[in-house]
Design a binder for this molecule. Structure first.
Ligand code: CMP
Length: 141
């Protein structure tokens, strides 16, 4: 079951020059980068991307954090890519993430948690389309 998922290397990780470390973990776990770009989100882009969280107590600080430095947005492709990416990242809160996961090893807090990964096929499709057109995706399969 080859799938695509959407991934972000978040501001805290970009600021600490962890792009390579994070990509290495994704790639060595069977996740191929099929689209990638670095950008700085506008406030409007960040608010739209996280619209489902609007009204939550963490929403405003999350938006501020996501526009605080550049990010890397990417499409990953591989066998069960959605679940695999989440497994390699670890759970949202780094204090609860399994040892050896990206968030356990690099995240600073539940907000500054170094990486994002889509949680379902529906969010993967929405999130990929938010940043990429189909002809920017260089599929391997
Ligand atoms: P992610 O799950 O990728 O997308 C939603 C983001 O909101 C999450 O990563 C964290 O960066 C942030 N987040 C989620 N829950 C909390 C929380 N309880 N406190 C602070 N930030 C949170």
């Amino acid at each position: 079951n080859v799938e695509r998922t959407f991934s972000i290397i978040k501001p805290d990780a970009v600021k600490r020059d962890l792009i390579g470390e994070i990509l290495k973990r994704l790639e060595s776990n069977g996740l191929s980068v099929v689209a990638s770009k670095m950008l700085r989100l506008t406030r409007e882009q960040a608010e739209g991307f996280y619209a489902e969280h609007k009204g939550r107590d963490f929403y405003e600080p999350l938006v501020e954090y996501m526009i605080s430095a550049p990010i890397v947005v990417q499409v990953l492709e591989g066998e069960n890519a959605i679940a695999k990416n989440r497994e390699v990242m670890g759970v949202t809160d780094p204090a609860k993430a399994a040892p050896g996961t990206i968030r356990a090893d690099f995240a600073l807090s539940v907000r500054e948690n170094s990486a994002h990964g889509s949680d379902s096929p529906e969010s993967a499709a929405r999130e990929i389309a938010y940043f990429f057109t189909e002809n920017e995706i260089c599929g391997r399969h």
